[in-house]
Design a protein around this ligand. Structure first.
Ligand SMILES: Nc1ncnc2c1ncn2[C@@H]1O[C@H](COP(=O)(O)OP(=O)(O)O)[C@@H](O)[C@H]1O
Ligand SMILES: [Mg+2]
Length: 256
């Protein structure tokens, strides 16, 4: 039986992320938005590694970045602003109103700060406009350049690309005009499969084929994560996973 040494997900020395194409593009876009104080939009299919790359960027202290995930339960103005103040260290009162929270956020965002808003598909129109105001007023009232980046699946852009049919004003024209950086990510490509194989310590062609098949399926890297977790469970408490464990795990997932 051939044995391949896989670096397991929770092994101490494992580099936590693999530098996929999406990972690099996200890092570059976030860095530009932070340095230029711009509004950015990052879209990509589920499982291409958006959340992982954004969290990795926010972990680096000198990036001055705060990561915020929008939840459906807190997607309207008051709870959203409350969360925002929380992550930027504004210490909001639980019952503070949205105006008060807006002012608190404005006071606590400094030149060179970056706010990364993940799962942006859940945002409401009002919150998008509030964030545009925040970006503008940080500059006009406080002379501070702050970057704000919206991250989500491609459908997120429908939130501000919808125009009223013929009549009335286009409520999001001003928001769209302020988008300085965009990154439209693709799913997992061939170069990413190679990078993932190196990341997991996989050498054989059959192993690469399994990774490719699983990574290109519906949920992208989420599937690869699941595959490696299953292979590990099948291997039990031993420290190395065999190729057979990998193939069995793929078969359990219906990929082989
Ligand atoms: N660059 C990467 N290197 C290693 N694993 C990754 C990487 N990006 C994502 N993953 C794994 O794939 C899974 C899905 O990634 P995620 O960042 O949640 O994708 P998205 O936010 O685009 O849906 C995560 O559980 C993560 O462990
Ligand atoms: Mg995500």
């Amino acid at each position: 039986m051939e044995v391949v040494r896989l670096t397991l997900p929770d092994t101490a020395n494992k580099p936590t992320v693999c530098e996929t194409t999406a990972y690099r593009e996200i890092q570059d876009t976030l860095d530009l938005c932070r340095r230029l104080g711009q509004i950015g939009v990052i879209t990509g299919p589920t499982g291409c590694g958006k959340t992982t790359a954004c969290k990795a960027f926010a972990k680096v202290r000198h990036n001055n970045a705060r990561y915020l995930r929008v939840t459906i339960a807190a997607n309207s103005s008051q709870p959203f602003l409350h969360r925002l103040c929380d992550v930027i260290g504004g210490y909001p009162q639980p019952n503070a109103g949205k105006c008060e929270l807006y002012e608190l956020a404005l006071r606590n965002l400094y030149d060179g700060d970056l706010v990364i808003i993940d799962e942006g598909n859940h945002l409401t129109s009002e919150v998008i406009q509030i964030l545009r105001d925040l970006h503008d007023e940080a500059r006009s009232r406080n002379s501070r350049r702050i970057g704000i980046v919206f991250v989500g699946t491609p459908e997120m852009t429908e939130l501000w690309n919808k125009r009223r049919n013929g009549k009335g004003s286009d409520a999001f024209a001003a928001f769209r005009a302020r988008i300085g950086q965009t990154a439209e990510l693709k799913g997992v490509g061939e170069a990413d499969i190679d990078a993932l194989c190196v990341h997991f310590g996989l050498k054989g062609k059959r192993e690469r084929d399994v990774i490719a098949k699983v990574a290109k399926a519906w949920d992208g890297l989420h599937n690869v994560d699941q595959l490696m977790a299953n292979a590990r469970l099948l291997a039990g408490s031993v420290s190395a996973i065999s190729s057979d464990h990998l193939f069995q795990a793929a078969s359990v997932m219906g990929s082989r």
